[in-house]
Ligand binder design. Structure first.
Ligand code: PLP
Length: 393
């Protein structure tokens, strides 16, 4: 018996454990300090009432023989897939219901999709980025080529001629908050089609896109349905981080060597996945109702106001940053520090504010720092005041 040796090639991530250790050492030494946590990537507002009510109703259905639901369709109930189809249609993207697969979140699908691709493929991954893309490909033993995102390209790298089979795009990006325009994505789509590559487009933060011209879906670019798979999530849109629901779009037109990726993914899902709980899918359906949308808009407005406070603060300080406008993340160059961890210590000790060192997301993150807008409005306002006072000195 041999284990998968690729696991030994994974780099251990000490990012969040090191942050936790440093914060607990600091609070042990300063028990009266009011530490503000601005590094969290999880949402803090509860589920919308419309979602909760729908889930309660669904639980009640499960309590009676006449309305009970057992195994559901692996790719999701039609009622939810129809709602997702409608959501895209309102943004001008026409999908067939069979192109929509409901999942237990974007993270699982981003990892699982690799089942349908050969290991002998070259993968392009931007650096810095959400670490799941790198780790899932290392586990499978694929060759990875990194694409530099940096201040020079406003953390939105463009095709550079590199030969690639699988291309990851995360927009709006975690951790940089940078979001591609439709025009920029057009270049990526042309590049992928020329190379015969597939784009894996992570749209987990699409609901934060606010500026005109920035893309919320790669399918806003014509031809993308022939080269791209899109992953999306209810996590940040509707606070489903603990409830778990997402969806993946695999267009019918996406074919390699005449073989349909949609059919392969359907086969994969029906074999290895048994669907998302009925109760959760009813909750997710409610996200797209008029009431649901209105309530969720209010929650998102809180995060957006926080993000604006943070980006205004960076403007005020004259610090280079990306994000904040189309994203819950603000990514900035550590003023006066080349090392993200040294800046982390400085901010913790001098302002009692916790953020996330950029170097934890890839080599190009060194010297950068991520703050998030998911804390309460009060905490965010306090953090902004402290950061301004400290960095203006
Ligand atoms: N994609 C990105 C870029 C993320 O930052 C996250 C979570 O933080 C996810 C996907 C995971 O989403 P989900 O909760 O749907 O698994």
């Amino acid at each position: 018996m041999k284990l998968n040796g690729n696991y030994s090639k994974l780099e251990e991530s000490y990012l969040f454990s090191t942050i936790a250790r440093k914060v607990s050492a600091f609070t042990a030494a300063h028990p009266n300090a009011n530490v503000l946590r601005m590094g969290i990537g999880d949402v803090t507002l509860p589920l919308a009432p419309a979602v909760i009510e729908a889930m309660h109703r669904a639980v009640e259905e499960q309590a009676h023989r006449e309305t009970f639901h057992g195994y559901g369709p692996e790719q999701g109930y039609d009622f939810l897939r129809e709602s997702i189809r409608g959501y895209y249609a309102r943004r001008g993207v026409a999908l067939d219901i069979n192109e929509i697969f409901v999942s237990d979140g974007a993270k699982s699908d981003l990892g699982n999709i690799l089942d349908i691709f050969d290991t002998d493929n070259t993968v392009i991954i931007p650096d810095p980025v959400y670490p799941v893309y790198v780790d899932t490909n290392v586990m499978a033993g694929r060759k990875i080529v990194f694409l530099d995102a940096n201040a020079g390209n406003a953390f939105l790298p463009m095709p550079n001629g590199q030969k690639a089979d699988i291309i990851y795009i995360c927009s709006p990006n975690n951790p940089t908050g940078a979001a591609y325009t439709v025009e920029q994505l057009r270049e990526w789509v042309a590049y992928a089609r020329k190379q015969g590559a597939v784009i894996l487009y992570d749209a987990a933060y699409e609901c934060f896109v606010a500026e005109p011209g920035r893309a919320r879906s790669i399918y806003e670019v014509e031809g993308a349905e022939e080269c791209a798979i899109e992953f999306c999530s209810f996590s940040k849109t509707a606070g489903f981080t603990g409830t778990r629901c997402g969806y993946t779009i695999v267009p019918d037109a996406l074919r390699f060597g005449g073989v349909s990726c949609n059919k392969l993914w359907l086969r994969r899902q029906t074999t290895k996945f048994n669907g998302v709980p009925y109760v959760v899918q009813r909750g997710a359906e409610a996200v797209f109702t008029e009431r649901g949308e209105e309530q969720i808009r209010e929650n998102l407005a809180v995060y957006r106001r926080n993000a604006k406070r943070l980006s205004d603060c960076m403007d005020e300080l004259g610090v280079f940053y990306t994000g904040g406008k189309n994203s819950p993340y603000i990514w900035f160059q550590c003023p006066g520090f080349e090392d993200s961890w040294k800046f982390f210590d400085y901010l913790l000790e001098q302002a009692n504010v916790v953020g996330t060192p950029g170097c934890g997301f890839g080599k190009n993150g060194q010297g950068f720092f991520r703050l998030t807008s998911f804390a309460s409005e009060e905490t965010t306002a306090d953090a902004v005041e402290r950061i301004e006072t400290l960095l203006k000195r």
